[in-house]
Ligand binder design. Sequence first.
Ligand code: FES
Ligand SMILES: [Fe+2]
Length: 352
Amino acid sequence: MYPFSIDVFAARNCWYVASFSRDVTRTPMERWLLDEPVVLYRKENGEPIALEGRCAHRHFPLGEGKLVGDNLQCPYHGFTYAPDGQNVRIPSQDRPSAKCRIKSYPVVEKWRWIWIWMGDPALADPALIPDHGDIGLDDPKLVTDEVLHEELDARYQLIHDNLMDLTHVAFLHQNTLGGGSEASASAKVTETEGENWMEGERIIQNIPTTPHFAGYLGYDGLCDRIIGQRYYLPALHFGWDKYAYPAGHAEAGKIFGQLLVYHGITPARRNSAHYFFATARDFGQEAQEEMRAATSAVIREDVWGLSHVERMLRACNDEMPPEYSARSDTQQLMARRKLEKLIASEMKMAAE
Ligand code: FES
Ligand SMILES: [Fe+2]
């Protein structure tokens, strides 16, 4: 299915963001992840739990269920499941059935995300979650914020496409992040990659400080802007937007503000996706609400754009006319192929 050239959906043996911590409580919550219903809740000691969200008896959605201690009771006929998915009670009989169980998914709570492993539980190694120290989430000098969670009416691959081609900043975000300048679209990109990540960075010199943030940065003159993005395949993008004084300024080269951004992308259904967006920054620290509004306005522009692309794709029933790719699409195309290869190799392994 587009944009993949073969019929694959999503990688499973990897960590995805399932939720922000604040949304997982003692009230069970249904969430579709990788086209599966999942129910999330917390045990009495606060530990997060993720179980299959459909009762093994007659398919009732367990997100409607009730917690009995640490166990989850289906509201239809009262079947009750332990946090490991094992049935522990069938009210109409004396004993529960060992054969009755639902899936239980490994979860890890790190920073203020709940990470979930939807694939083979035996392979769920928490060390595979991108190191939060490397991406600034442990930095005490930065203020962090869980800005928004949106479920997009667009397939998840479109969000990766969007984040792998930042030439869109100058146009889709011209009223916010782009600051009305087209310079970011033509800036030279330095591309690097590692085993499970790929990165692109552009430096744009002598451009106006985007009015969208100038008030919080305390500077509205010309600046040099360093914009980069690292994609940790397959589920997290880490970006940076750094502002430095330009040549000719008394403090030329000094960075006077940085905004780090985190995009957790998790397939929901085949044509929809969860977008978990968070930030860390060293400016506007006292203006959390205003900065949340300013940064979420940027993501809503992406949400608007991608839902329109999805609409066009559906209208074609995936019989897509050929698409033209520009030189700036090289990394995006590489990311598509890498992801496709990862999924195909998982499927091959599962079939063996
Ligand atoms: S459907 Fe859940 S107990 Fe019957
Ligand atoms: Fe964007």
